[in-house]
Design a protein around this ligand. Structure first.
Ligand SMILES: Cc1ncc(C[n+]2csc(CCOP(=O)(O)OP(=O)(O)O)c2C)c(N)n1
Ligand SMILES: [Mg+2]
Length: 563
């Protein structure tokens, strides 16, 4: 019913739609292409508009918001340059199955296809990066298309939706009824599927469950842990999804990330049944498609995923169940447990291997800054609801291997492997949960990609603690160099600023530690400062993973060449 409604500008209709869909926070870098939306936000103080310093940082914040809350993160950016900067966060939301709605200013409708100032065809540009891309050419269709945008972003396999807003359309005044809130739609597992699942699991000798993907509520996590415990199933998780099942539970046996424990990899290969729930079983998790045969997995595979398109992709499952995570987990928890499962020793051995892996490896000579001991200290100190964010790089092996995750605490990391994620994600997490401790893990490389968003944290008055693992290099790539081209170091050495002084320049707490015993007091002081904080860890650059050194890799590669 549009009769008797007062006409509103397109900008006002956009903001009315955000209100109708319950949006409480949005991340932006301003642009003249969407002034009408900004102006309408002036009259909507209940939507917290976070002004960021670069669209890549803003997009990572919106992605982290979506990952953390399970509701679409909202991003506002301007035409070509803004959209190009934002693309890294949109790609991350796509690969990470994170709900996100991106509003992009666009050139005026009558200028389209002239290559007007900053013009980009967003349908083409974002085609492989977003779940859906649209452009709103008629202001009266704003309620309809934004409802669809929120609906698509959050339903099935969640993902980013990009909505282009021509600037003259935003100025048009139209009467249109707002509509909302959106209702995310998720499939439920059928009774026959569940009975079949139970029958297959009961017939297994060495089952393993793999949890991953997006869309896990705290309740779904609790339900899936109950199902695992009731059936004594060992549970591993996919890359950077370590917070789905409480790592302290006897069923948890480790993560299949970039630094997966060799014992877990072997055990997974030895399993006769894989019950994959939510995980796509992507390249990293499948250890470059070596854990299962392609397309015949070579063992029984039950695959549960929210998107029909992912089932039967790469691997052909014996049983495929399309379901949302909460819907599947609740149904699985309600299944009658399998009586006296015969894999108790198998599960206990997997758990023992995981626990043994929590003991840090020894390095000779012992480093002055012992990251194993520091991670152990953090594991014991961090409260249950702490949020850990991670950038991409080899340093992330330390928190991945040695911290223990659980709900309501969270692990927010880019399964896309996008550098620059750690700081913006920590800022967003602290904005959502100002009362919780948020620790961001970054390398010196990744920190310098989006570290300017520390200023956003200061401006918004929130205090994440950022740990910068400084090895003065793009260490991950240097590791690959030493393996393939030993001794030929090129393009991977870095010169860095004085990170503690940089923190001070931002008005943040800053400290630099080079000895193990300096870490705990620095961390306590960072928390006590109640400000955004940067702690630089001057790490031994030779220690390139939690298990090995650059010199060892170089020696091995040279020996392999000589033989
Ligand atoms: C945006 C982006 N650019 C480049 C890469 C390729 N890459 C992966 S890890 C890495 C180096 C990371 O360096 P740093 O943050 O210092 O962490 P380190 O590996 O040294 O621990 C690079 C360049 C990437 N993943 N993402
Ligand atoms: Mg580095």
């Amino acid at each position: 019913m549009t009769t008797n409604l007062p006409p509103m500008s397109g900008g006002q209709l956009v903001v009315a739609a955000l209100q109708a869909h319950g949006v409480r926070m949005a991340f932006s870098v301003a642009g003249e292409s969407y002034l009408e939306v900004l102006d309408a936000l002036f009259d909507a103080p209940e939507i917290r508009l976070v002004t960021c310093r670069q669209e890549g940082g803003a997009a990572f914040m919106a992605e982290a918001y979506g990952k953390l809350t399970g509701t679409p993160g909202v991003l506002l950016v301007t035409r070509g340059p803004g959209a190009c900067n934002a693309s890294v966060g949109v790609h991350t939301a796509f690969q990470d199955s994170t709900p996100m709605v991106v509003l992009v200013g666009q050139v005026a409708r009558h200028q389209i296809d002239r290559e007007a100032f900053q013009e980009v065809d967003f349908r083409k540009m974002y085609a492989p990066l977003a779940k859906w891309v649209t452009q709103i050419d008629l202001a009266e269709r704003i309620p309809e298309l934004l409802n669809q945008a929120f609906q698509v972003a959050s339903s099935g396999r969640p993902g980013p939706v990009v909505v282009a807003l021509p600037e003259d359309m935003l100025r048009d005044r139209r009467a249109a009824a707002t509509i909302g809130p959106y209702r995310a739609v998720h499939a439920h597992p059928g009774a026959a599927d569940l009975a079949e699942l139970r029958r297959i699991v009961a017939a297994a000798e060495r089952p393993i469950m793999l949890v991953g993907g997006g869309g896990w509520s705290d309740a779904a996590c609790a339900d899936i842990a109950r199902f695992a415990a009731a059936n004594d199933l060992p549970v591993c998780c996919s890359f950077r999804r370590q917070d789905i099942v409480d790592n302290r539970l006897a069923c948890f046996v480790g993560d299949l990330g970039t630094g997966a424990a060799p014992t877990l990899v072997e055990r997974f290969k030895a399993a006769d049944l894989v019950l994959a729930v939510g995980a796509r079983i992507g390249e990293i998790t499948s250890q470059s498609y070596t854990l299962l045969g392609v397309p015949d997995p070579g063992k029984v595979l039950i695959h549960v995923h929210p998107a029909a398109e992912e089932l039967g992709r790469v691997f052909r499952p014996d049983l495929a169940i399309q379901s949302g995570m909460a819907e599947f987990a609740a149904a699985a928890a309600a299944l009658e447990p399998i009586a006296a499962p015969r894999w108790q020793a198998w599960r206990a051995a997997a758990r023992a291997e995981y626990e043994a892996g929590l003991a840090p490896s020894r390095f000779e000579p012992a480093p002055a800054l012992d990251l194993g001991r520091i991670m152990t200290w953090l594991r014991e100190q961090l409260p249950d609801d702490a949020i850990v964010t991670s950038d991409a790089g080899n340093f992330s092996g330390w928190p991945n291997r040695f911290l223990q995750y659980r709900r309501p605490g969270r692990q927010l990391g880019p399964t896309s492997g996008a550098m620059g994620y750690g700081v913006p994600a920590a800022v967003a997490a602290k904005l959502v949960h100002p009362e919780r401790i948020v620790v961001g893990f970054c390398g010196d490389g990744g920190f310098m990609m989006t570290g300017q968003e520390m200023m956003t944290a200061l401006a918004e008055g929130v205090g994440p603690v950022i740990l910068v693992f400084n090895n003065a290099m793009y260490g991950t790539i240097r590791m690959h160099q030493e393996r393939r081209f030993p001794g030929r170091v090129v393009g991977t050495a870095l010169k860095n600023p004085d990170f503690a002084a940089l923190a001070a320049a931002y008005g943040a707490f800053g400290a630099s530690v080079s000895r193990t015993e300096e870490f705990a007091p620095a961390f306590a002081a960072a928390i006590a400062s109640r400000r955004a904080a940067i702690i630089e860890l001057r790490i031994d650059p030779d220690i390139i993973t939690t298990r090995t050194t650059l010199s060892a890799l170089r020696r091995q590669a040279e020996a392999a060449r000589a033989s």
